[in-house]
Ligand binder design. Structure first.
Ligand code: A3P
Length: 321
């Protein structure tokens, strides 16, 4: 199914096309089913514009994730790795800017009609997106751009998503309870969901082209952050030298990006930024930063159900957890 002939470049045509797609609501946000994924309407406009107009550059690096899978941390690690020689650690911009200010979402800028901001970023660009692999434009998938994808246990993702929505939509009446959100999540009815297809598509691509796509798991990174910081640096083409290894530079990068360090910064305690449909306090991006908080939110039956769905989909796709 292609939308290109329908939408061309006029925004009204996107609206017309969008109105033809299946619609539901989540946290009072309208989401549309587009090419197998549920995408918030305000983001979909950006996704369609990206499909039609995004021009990649061969040295672009993409940070990709399903929401609430560790994007903020990955952004911080990449930014700190790339800037480690430019700034002393006590002067790194991450100390005064939220990681999402340092590495921007193309989805958001294109949705807001601000593609020029993305185009004005000097090369080599580091950009991020939540767009599923099969929905990315050929300009990205057919290019030499490298990508880093982070995924996370879906049980912890739904817990993190639910808390995030509670903060972002605070004061909105009738927000769904955790069990209502969980139910929808299990049906695939979540932002950029179903989550399993989001993960599977990137996983498959990383197996096909490992030199182009680094596929990481949040839980592994939390267990061995130094090891993964080393892998990240190598993948993006700025590996640690022997001298840096001896001087403990990797440890400094990891410390700068640690959950507690970032959470305690003034900018992340009191600052805020915009998302498409409102304002988000940066504190909402730093909640617990741990593995297994799902145990405090769901029964073992619920956990088994979601695990079962995900395991079956992975198996069908020929991927082992
Ligand atoms: P929790 O809500 O489980 O605490 P995203 O960045 O993709 O929006 O994901 C947010 C999740 O990553 C939140 O999970 C958040 O606490 C966690 N997180 C944010 N910064 C982190 C860091 N520096 N280290 C580890 N986890 C982090």
């Amino acid at each position: 199914e292609t939308n290109n002939s329908l939408i061309q470049s006029a925004p009204e045509k996107y609206d017309h096309f969008m109105a033809s797609l299946p619609l539901t609501t989540l946290d009072h946000r309208r989401i549309r089913l587009y090419q197998g994924f549920w995408i918030p309407e305000d983001y979909l406009r950006g996704v369609l514009t990206i499909q039609d107009h995004f021009a990649s550059r061969p040295n672009d690096l993409f940070i990709v994730s399903y929401p609430k899978s560790g994007t903020t941390w990955l952004k911080a690690l990449i930014f700190a790795t790339m800037t480690r020689k430019k700034y002393p650690f006590d002067q790194n911009p991450l100390l005064v800017y939220n990681p999402h200010q340092c590495i921007v979402y193309i989805d958001k800028h294109y949705s807001l009609g601000r593609s020029r901001i993305v185009e004005a970023i000097p090369s080599p660009r580091v950009l991020s997106t939540h767009i599923p692999y099969s929905i990315l434009p050929d300009s990205i998938t057919g290019s030499d751009c490298r990508m880093i994808y982070v995924w996370r246990d879906p049980k912890d993702v739904i817990v993190s998503l639910w808390h995030f929505a509670q903060k972002v939509y605070e004061g909105t009446p009738n927000l769904p309870s955790f069990s209502e959100s969980f139910e929808l999540f299990c049906e695939g009815n979540s932002y950029f969901g179903p989550i399993w297809n989001h993960i599977i598509e990137y996983w498959k691509e990383s197996k096909r082209k490992p030199e182009k796509m680094l596929f990481l798991k949040y839980e592994d990174m939390l267990e061995e952050p130094i090891k993964y910081a080393r892998i990240l640096a190598k993948f993006i083409g700025c590996p640690y030298s022997e001298a840096e290894e001896k001087q403990g530079v990797i440890e400094q990068v990891v410390d700068l990006c640690s959950f507690q360090k970032l959470k305690d910064l003034e900018v992340n305690k009191r600052g805020s930024g915009t998302i498409l449909d409102g304002h988000v306090p940066y504190a909402a991006f730093f909640r617990k930063g741990m593995v297994g908080d799902w145990r405090n939110h769901m029964t073992s039956e619920m956990a088994q159900r979601l695990d079962g769905i995900v395991a079956e989909k992975f198996k069908e796709a020929g991927l082992e957890m």
